[in-house]
Design a protein around this ligand. Structure first.
Ligand SMILES: CC(C)(COP(=O)(O)OP(=O)(O)OC[C@H]1O[C@@H](n2cnc3c(N)ncnc32)[C@H](O)[C@@H]1OP(=O)(O)O)[C@@H](O)C(=O)NCCC(=O)NCCS
Length: 233
């Protein structure tokens, strides 16, 4: 237990340039306080003392503004920075050494039952205000940008940004556009090209006809009725 506590403390010091000592983190960091309460509540929850577990987690929410359901599964070295407004739902799973900023929700969409919250791999970063909603996986070393709303699986080493979130980097490289739905329709494009060429040809033909008529009749175009009379048998 003492080793876990030290792990949690050291991992915060490693990742927060503002943290000066273990004592500072232990006494002053709300994320660390919430994590300590969670570890107690989780132990009670696993030993079937569910009411007491929820009591501790709700009291911790009042003090820190961070709500972690005691049934959630959290690995070592979680760093909740600033903390206020963080919600971690009942069936959430979080790997080791993840970082979560303020106003993050690891929640459900309201459509699922049973496992309805996300599973985060190891070393995942979830930026301020991001919402990760649903029972899918966020891969190891993934980065969720501040303000993103993630509704689907995020692969290992990927960066997801935006609303709804899309993958913009995998291993630091921009992925190929594999979107098969929003690509231009090649048949429609070919038809468009053909229509354009037909219009050009029609214009050409009209000009040729006009020139021929001018050569035949000078500037005076024949009356259509007269012309018909001439050609009618
Ligand atoms: C996403 C993040 C982790 C950077 O990850 P990264 O893999 O290094 O990504 P990059 O910086 O290379 O950016 C990749 C693309 O996403 C865009 N992007 C980055 N962060 C974004 C965000 N929050 N929202 C929308 N787009 C974002 C970049 O502009 C870039 O766009 P491009 O593909 O057009 O060039 C970082 O931008 C972030 O949001 N960190 C959260 C930090 C935080 O919450 N701090 C709070 C402190 S109090």
């Amino acid at each position: 237990m003492f080793k876990n506590l030290m792990d949690d403390l050291d991992s915060i010091i490693e990742r927060d340039p503002a943290a000066r000592s273990r004592a500072e983190v232990f006494f002053l960091y709300s994320g660390f306080k919430a994590l300590r309460s969670y570890r107690k509540a989780h132990w009670l929850y696993r030993h079937n003392l569910k009411f007491l577990a929820r009591f501790i987690s709700q009291r911790s929410r009042k003090k820190t503004g961070i709500e972690i359901h005691p049934a959630a599964k959290i690995g070592k070295g979680l760093f909740i920075d600033h903390g206020m407004g963080v919600v971690i739902g009942e069936t959430t799973e979080i790997g080791d050494y993840c970082t979560i900023y303020q106003n993050v929700t690891l929640g459900g969409t309201g459509k699922e039952t049973g496992k309805r919250h996300p599973t985060l791999g190891n070393n995942v970063l979830v930026g301020a205000g991001a919402k990760v909603l649903g029972p899918f996986k966020v891969g190891n070393n993934a980065r969720i940008a501040a303000g993103a709303v993630v509704l689907d699986t995020v692969p290992d080493n990927a960066t997801a940004v935006g609303v709804p979130a899309r993958i913009v980097r995998v291993n630091g490289v921009r992925p190929l556009n594999l979107d098969q739905i929003h690509i231009a329709d090649p048949v429609a494009q070919e038809l468009c090209r053909l229509e354009y060429h037909v219009t050009l040809l029609e214009r050409e033909m009209n000009l040729i006809k006009k020139r021929e008529n001018e050569e035949k009749y000078g500037n005076q175009m024949p009356d259509a009725k007269e012309e018909n009379k001439k050609t009618m048998p």
